[in-house]
Design a protein around this ligand. Structure first.
Ligand code: ATP
Ligand code: MG
Length: 286
């Protein structure tokens, strides 16, 4: 099922004076069932990259394969690819347009030409996965809160039953509550369905708590592609490219400098709490 990018580059406005090399020699594999965070400063190429994943943009150089087939070869079924690699754009609520929540989520599967019962079943399941209860089904999507609207938009893509879900900055513009709501629902649906999730963000805090792999982009290139703790080990280099490690990383480094035997590799608040408590216990025992 893997989606694979090999030496992919992309130039906006190629052959013009305003040419911008937005992606430069990207090699990336998205296997089954992985939760990946894609991080980078503004303009680093994240959105350009994710639009390559479902064939919206054709690479200027390099190849993209899905299940071993080049997605740009002549007879490749693009429509199938678009339903298997579900892309949720930044501010997806701008794309909600149906009269009620349920009809909006039904839109995608309806386009696939599925029977009515299956369309409705898929829509229900998708709304369940993003935590939107039945009493909202007949409401206008425009009456919902920012976080709820976004969850409905995500449900619309989930109803296509993708194998890979790509979310471009799903928390942008939301308040902390809306942000936590979205992230915990995404983590929940990842656990429930086992699909691969690519979460684009420029917040280390957002991804540190959820993903198992982090891809860091800088100026169109991949700077790191590793586990969160390995990536956050490069605190100085991350700062040089305008990214900060999560707050817990800074706290743990400071404690270590002050003689506490904590594990600086902890990246989530829970892990940090455990290593701090352990160090305190050991200190007391001495
Ligand atoms: N339609 C376009 N035409 C020309 N240049 C573009 C276009 N879209 C993006 N770019 C340029 O390509 C580069 C990568 O942009 P991209 O939007 O992929 O970055 P990003 O990491 O998603 O940024 P952000 O965090 O702000 O969303 C930037 O230099 C940007 O100015
Ligand atoms: Mg972007």
């Amino acid at each position: 099922m893997a989606l694979k990018l090999e030496h992919v580059s992309y130039v906006y406005g190629a052959d013009t004076e305003l040419a911008v090399r937005a992606l430069d020699d990207i090699c990336l594999e998205i296997p089954e069932g992985q939760f990946i965070g894609l991080i980078g400063h503004t303009g680093s190429g994240k959105s350009t990259l994710v639009q390559h994943l479902n064939g919206l943009i054709e690479p200027t150089e390099g190849t993209i394969t899905y299940c071993g087939r080049n997605i740009w070869e002549k007879d490749f079924p693009k429509k199938e690819l678009r339903s298997q690699v579900g892309l949720v754009f930044q501010y997806p609520e701008h794309q909600l347009f149906e009269v009620d929540v349920f009809s909006d989520v039904c839109f995608g599967p309806k386009n696939l030409g599925l029977p009515k019962e299956e369309i409705q079943e898929r829509a229900k399941r998708a709304l369940e996965l993003v935590g939107i209860p039945e009493e909202y089904y007949k409401q206008s999507p425009f009456e919902l809160s920012g976080g709820q609207k976004r969850r409905v938009a995500i449900a619309g893509v989930l109803a296509m039953q993708p194998k890979i879900l790509v979310l471009d900055e799903p928390t942008a513009g939301l308040d902390p509550r809306g942000r936590d709501e979205i992230l915990s629902q995404v983590a929940h649906l990842k656990k429930e369905t086992g699909i691969s999730v690519v979460l684009v963000s420029h917040s280390m805090e957002d991804v540190a708590n959820y993903v198992e792999r982090i891809v860091v982009m800088n100026q169109g290139r991949i700077l790191y592609d590793d586990t969160p703790s390995a990536v956050f080990g490069h605190v100085k280099e991350l700062e040089e490219v305008g990214l900060a490690a999560p707050q817990v990383t800074y706290i743990l480094h400071r404690l270590k400098e002050n003689g506490f035997d904590v594990d600086v590799k902890a990246t989530t608040i829970d892990e940090a709490r455990d290593t701090i408590l352990k160090a305190m216990r050991e200190e007391r025992e001495c």
